[in-house]
Design a protein around this ligand. Sequence first.
Ligand code: TRP
Length: 362
Amino acid sequence: MEDIIMSDQKPVILTCAQPTGEMTLGNYIGAVKNWATMQDDNQCYFGIVDMHAITVRRTPAELRKATLSFLAQYLACGLDPEKSALFVQSHVIGHTELAWVLGCMTPLGELQRMTQFKEKASKLGFQVSEDEGSNNDLKFTHESAKPQASVNSGLLYYPVLMAADILLYNADSVPVGEDQRQHLELARDLAERFNNAYSETFMVPDPYIPKVGARVMSLQDPTRKMSKSDENQNGVLYILESPDSLRKKIKSAVTDSGTEIRVADDKPGISNLLTISSALQDIPVQELEERYVGSSYATLKEDVADVVIEALRPVRERYEEIISDKAGLEKILKDGMERAQARAFKVLNKVYRKVGFFERVR
Ligand code: TRP
């Protein structure tokens, strides 16, 4: 008999990203570079979540372009379609189907209380506040500032779809950033809730925490994470950025008082530059600190610029090659879809049986 939880020789790792904008150096160092190293010892599924992307209105042509560009950036960073499944969420039957089933087990209040939902709603001019005395009733008050805005229900449902992305592959672990922790927690709760309501079906996925937690901060405000949505784009480096532009931004990075080059809480700017250099060269920070005894901040910046430019040069060159081969990209997506779908169908049919649907014939 088939195992209840599909066991594979290798642990299954799944992670996804929205096709929005370009990848930052922070995404590369903090995430994608690590994913690339996990591909031999794990069975990896890398999804591009275009369905999550339309929770915000997108221009169709732009979305398609971003999806292909994201795939090409993944490939340029070393994700390998021979080893891993690279797929687009909207291609695989099961994500929305499972999301529906899970949604029917999720109280509305749980979604309304999600931190990211509240943040997004408040950006649209809605305040979500908990009503005293009741857990589930949340008050929505609409400020008149943005009369056109509305909170679409996809935004509310977003974490359920994300839980489905994860559970559909019965993933053992899920590499996510700190900002996605609460969403992953919901996926774990839903896995347990389903298992208790029906019977053992889902693995309860663990967050994947990388050994070296290199967190790249904004060059302009090194107390904040480097983020593509940052208003001050001078603090954000992109993996496809030109060498000139990279150098210019690094040279104008804010530094700290004093002259010593070392990692310290009161030296967030210098710490960040050292972290970047250390991660890209695989050299321990201590070694760099020794190397820079007596050097100036200006020298450090020149060196970091060289390191970043050289590390990203091959990435950009590979990207240019890959993005110009549209047929090649489409073939990779088709292969990825087939591999992802094969696994997804097994889990989906198990869920269908458990909840009382008939199995779906492929
Ligand atoms: N919400 C995630 C983000 O914005 C993207 C995402 C969607 C995801 N589904 C996922 C990440 C499943 C990990 C696993 O970063």
